[in-house]
Each structure stands twice: as C-alpha cells, then as structure tokens.
Ligand binder design. Structure first.
Ligand SMILES: Nc1ncnc2c1ncn2[C@@H]1O[C@H](COP(=O)(O)OP(=O)(O)OP(=O)(O)O)[C@@H](O)[C@H]1O
Ligand SMILES: [Mg+2]
Length: 235
C-alpha cells in the first residue's frame, strides 16, 4: 500500500498539470435518495481493489462536531430552523470536516470520497430556501479555505423517485420539506453544473446501481492519475 501511495503522488504530479502533488478529492451531490451513498460505496470498493487508499467523508458529519450538527439538523424535534442559522450550521460542520479529515487525508495521497460538499449549501439553502447565492458562496469559500473537489459527481434523476427511495428508509426534516422545494434544489444543482462544467459531471441516476456505477467510473477515468491506476489493475 505504501508503494502504491507514493506512486500515486508521483503520478499525480507527473500526469495532471491541473492537479497538485496530493491525493484526489471527489464529491457526490444530488437530491435525497439519488444514490450518493450507494455509489460511494461501490466506487470505494473499486478504488480499493486498485490498491488506492480511500477515505470516506460525509456532510453534515464526518467529525464529532459534524455528527452532532447532523443529528441536530435532521431531527424533526429541532423544529423550525431559521435559514441562515441552518446555513451556518452546515458551514461549521464543513469547516471542521475540511480541516480535521479532508485536508490531512489529501496530504497523505488518499482518494477522498465526500458525500455532499459545498454545492449542497448552494443548492439547498440558495436555490431551495432562497438565500442569496453570493452570500453562500462567500461562506463556502471561508469554510473550505477555497478547497475544491477535483471532480463532483452530480447524481441527477427524477426527484420523486429519489424521494420514494429515500422515504422507504426514514423521513427526516429535510425530506419532509415538500415537492416544490426539491424541484428547486434539482434545478439549482443543474445550474451549478452548467456554471462549472469542468468540475461538475452530471450523472444520469436512473437505472440499476450497477448501471449508474459504470457512468460514475467513466467520469472518474477522465482524471489521468485514476485512469492510470485503474487500467493497471485491469478495472
Ligand atoms: N440505482 C438505484 N436503483 C434502485 N434503488 C437504488 C438505486 N440506488 C440506490 N438505491 C436505493 O435507494 C435508496 C437510497 O439510496 P442512497 O441511500 O444511496 O441515496 P442517497 O443519495 O445517499 O440518499 P440520502 O440523501 O437520503 O442520503 C437506498 O435504499 C438504495 O438501496
Ligand atoms: Mg446517503
């Protein structure tokens, strides 16, 4: 594993002019039930089979502070949360996750798979709740110290189907927010992808998990260092 990791660092520096000599940072975005967790789990297994070190992160959460924020935000008993208070709680969780988990993992050359990152604030609190996008982008930038994923996989599909999937598990506070809200969020994610098409890849989330995983892998292969390592492992 150590040899594989030092080779990844070497390859990253050599192959990707746009990449620095560090690990690879991938975020997954999309509505509730769009398949983010399912796809992260499939991709993590594939990357680990290729010998890469994979670190999983999720938002809100991923740290003690973040998990406490997550429990607070998702608990229906929390009741009405002011939109700005909600935004700042997500940003606090993000700041902690970025410094405590993501940056150190990238420094060791790992592949970090993050279940939601700052695009979710733009989509949910901005396009969904109606807070000014510029205000959210400023807070996103502060919470992340300007760190951006090398690639963001946006799992896009019919939100009603996603909601039906999601509600078979549990109905949390955000999932209860209503149809119109979720339509605005989906539209918001697509606007973000349009504005930053080099980073954000729109993945059709319809079909079986295996079909979607193939689409995810095809996008991932456009990152030279991952293409190389996957090809060497015959994956
Ligand atoms: N392509 C698929 N086809 C059918 N069912 C799926 C597919 N992908 C995931 N599922 C199922 O749908 C449900 C939601 O998927 P998953 O938890 O991966 O979504 P998510 O985007 O992580 O949701 P959340 O936002 O609630 O965390 C799960 O029960 C999962 O097994
Ligand atoms: Mg999930």
């Amino acid at each position: 594993m150590a040899a594989r990791l030092s080779r990844l660092r070497y390859s990253a520096a050599e192959w990707g002019p746009a990449m620095t000599a560090r690990g690879v940072f991938l975020s997954f975005e999309g509505g509730e039930g769009s398949g983010k967790s399912t796809q992260i789990s499939i991709l993590a297994k594939t990357l680990e089979r290729a010998g890469l070190e994979v670190v999983l992160a999720r938002e809100p959460g991923g740290t003690s502070l973040g998990e406490a924020v997550r429990a607070l935000l998702l608990d229906p008993a929390t009741g009405d949360v002011d939109s700005r208070a909600e935004l700042l709680l997500y940003e606090a969780s993000r700041a902690q996750l970025t410094r405590e988990l993501i940056q150190p993992a990238l420094a060791t050359g790992a592949v970090v798979l993050c279940d939601r990152y700052y695009d979710s604030s733009t989509a949910y609190q901005g396009y969904g709740r109606g807070l000014p996008i510029s205000e959210i982008e400023a807070l996103n930038s502060s919470a992340t110290s300007g760190l951006k994923p090398d690639m963001t996989l946006l799992l896009d599909g019919d939100h009603q189907r996603g909601m039906n999937r999601a509600t078979t598990e549990s109905t949390d506070r955000l999932e209860a927010a209503g149809d119109e809200f979720h339509k605005r969020v989906r539209h918001g994610f697509l606007k973000i992808a349009q504005a930053d098409s080099l980073r954000v890849k729109v993945i059709d989330a319809e079909g079986t998990p295996e079909q979607v995983a193939k689409r995810v892998l095809a996008s991932i292969r456009t990152i030279p260092v991952l293409a190389l390592v996957l090809a060497e492992a015959d994956l």
